[in-house]
Design a protein around this ligand. Structure first.
Ligand code: SF4
Ligand code: SF4
Length: 382
C-alpha cells in the first residue's frame, strides 16, 4: 500500500493571500538533519512506496541548498522502494538553480492561480499573478510539469465562466478547491464557499467540461467520475486518509496532514524519536482520526455514495465544531449533489430515460442519445 508523507520545510510564506490560513510569519526553516531523520524513521516505520510532497507555508523558502541535499537523501536513503516527489508552491522563489534540481528528480509542481490577473490579484494580492507567472516560465524552461490550482471563493465563484475560459484559452489543466474555513482562526470565513454554492459550481464545471471535452482537462471532475465508476475515491478527500497520510513539520513533528501542522494538539510524534505505527496510534490525534472513520461508517451508512466519498475530509469536519467530531465534512451537500448528478447521467446514458437496459451489449448504437457524454470521462481515466 503506497502512502504519502507531506514535508513542510516552513510555514513561512512571502505572500499574504487574503483567504490563507496555512502560513505563519515566524515559522522556522527545516534543517537538513530533519530530512536525515525522516529517512531513518521511514526505514523502519513502513516499507511501502512513498510519495513525498513538499508543502507549506511556502516550501521554496528553504532554498536551493536544502533541495540539493534533501532530494538525494530521500531518494537514495529509501532506494529499496518506489519514491515519488511533488511540490505545492506559489513559485515566487523559483530560480533556475532550483528548477534544475527539480528536473533531475522529476518533481511535478502544483501552484496556485485563481484565474485571470485582475481576478487573481483582487483576492490574493496585488502583483501576485506576475510573480507566479515569472516562476512558471522558469519551471517550464526546465521542462517541469506545472499544474495550477484555483481557489474558488464566495467572490470569485461569481466569475466562474471567466475562470473556466481562462484555463481553456491558455491550454491549462484546471484543478480547483473551495475556499475553506479553518481550525486556526476565522480569517478566511468571509471568503468561504457555502456547500450548496460549491455543489452548483461542481455541476456547472461538469457541464462546461463535457461541452469542451478534448480541449481541457478538469482534474476534479475526472476524479469524481473515476470514484463513481470504480467505487473508490481517487483523491484523499474521498478515501480514509488516516494511517496512510502523514505530515512532518519544520521541526520534525508528525501530524495527520499538512492542514494540522503548527497545532500542538495534533502532534502524533516526532521523527527524531523514530516512532513506530503503534507509537503514533497512542496519540490523541491518531485516535481522533480513526474515531472519525468509525463515525462515518455510522453517520453515512445509508448514503448511496459512502464507498467513494467516505465522509469527505476529516479536517473539514472538525472545523465547525472546534476540533470535536460532531458531523461529517460540511461539504456533504455539495458531494451529494455532484455524485447524484454523475450517477443520474451514467444511468441515463447506459439505460436510457426509461430506466431499462437497451441492448447495450449487442447494439451499442441503439442507446438513447445522452444529455452529455459522461461515460467518455470515465472511460478515458480507466
Ligand atoms: S485531512 Fe483532508 S486534506 Fe488531509 S489528507 Fe485527509 S482528506 Fe486529505
Ligand atoms: S455524501 Fe455526505 S452522507 Fe454521503 S458519504 Fe459523503 S459525507 Fe457521507
Amino acid at each position: 500500500m503506497p502512502f504519502h508523507v507531506m514535508l513542510i520545510p516552513t510555514l513561512g510564506c512571502p505572500a499574504n493571500c487574503s483567504y490563507c490560513w496555512s502560513s505563519e510569519e515566524k515559522s522556522p526553516i527545516m534543517k537538513i538533519e530533519t530530512i536525515k531523520e525522516v529517512v531513518e524513521w521511514l526505514k523502519v516505520f513502513r516499507g511501502d512506496s512513498v510519495t513525498f510532497t513538499f508543502h507549506g507555508g511556502e516550501p521554496l523558502l528553504a532554498g536551493a541548498e536544502f533541495y540539493r541535499e534533501a532530494l538525494p537523501l530521500l531518494a537514495e536513503g529509501l532506494s529499496t522502494r518506489h519514491i515519488a516527489f511533488a511540490i505545492q508552491t506559489n513559485l515566487w522563489k523559483m530560480t533556475h538553480e532550483i528548477a534544475e534540481i527539480f528536473a533531475e528528480y522529476n518533481v511535478p509542481i502544483g501552484s496556485s492561480l485563481d484565474g485571470p490577473k485582475e481576478l487573481n490579484d483582487s483576492q490574493r494580492g496585488k502583483g501576485y499573478f506576475d510573480k507566479t507567472m515569472k516562476g512558471y516560465e522558469i519551471a517550464r524552461a526546465h521542462g517541469l510539469e506545472v499544474r495550477f490550482i484555483t481557489t474558488f471563493t464566495s467572490h470569485s465563484v461569481k466569475s466562474r465562466e471567466e475562470i473556466f475560459n481562462f484555463y481553456l484559452e491558455n491550454g491549462l489543466t484546471l484543478k480547483f478547491h473551495p475556499c475553506l474555513p479553518s481550525l486556526k482562526g476565522d480569517n478566511p470565513n468571509q471568503w468561504t464557499l457555502e456547500p450548496e454554492e460549491y455543489g452548483e459550481l461542481l455541476i456547472y464545471l461538469l457541464d462546461k467540461y463535457l461541452e469542451n471535452l478534448g480541449r481541457i482537462e478538469v482534474m476534479n471532475i475526472d476524479h469524481l467520475c473515476k470514484g463513481v465508476f470504480t467505487g473508490k475515491g481517487a483523491v484523499c478527500t474521498y478515501v480514509d486518509c488516516m494511517g496512510d497520510t502523514f505530515a512532518v513539520g519544520p521541526e520534525g513533528s508528525i501530524y495527520p496532514c499538512y492542514r494540522f501542522v503548527g497545532m500542538p494538539e495534533y502532534v502524533m510524534g516526532n521523527v527524531y524519536d523514530r516512532p513506530t505505527m503503534a507509537d503514533l496510534a497512542q496519540s490523541e490525534a491518531w485516535k481522533q482520526m480513526f474515531q472519525y472513520k468509525e463515525y462515518v461508517d455510522t453517520a453515512c451508512s445509508k448514503c448511496a455514495h459512502i464507498k467513494y466519498c467516505r465522509g469527505g475530509c476529516p479536517y473539514n469536519a472538525l472545523v465547525p465544531s472546534d476540533g470535536k467530531i460532531e458531523g461529517v465534512d460540511p461539504h456533504c451537500p455539495a458531494y451529494k449533489m455532484i455524485f447524484d448528478e454523475i450517477n443520474d447521467r451514467v444511468n441515463e446514458e447506459m439505460f436510457g430515460s426509461s430506466g431499462m437496459m437497451e441492448n447495450m451489449m449487442f447494439q451499442p448504437h441503439s442507446t438513447k442519445p445522452s444529455r452529455s457524454g459522461i461515460m467518455s470521462i470515465m472511460l478515458k481515466k480507466l
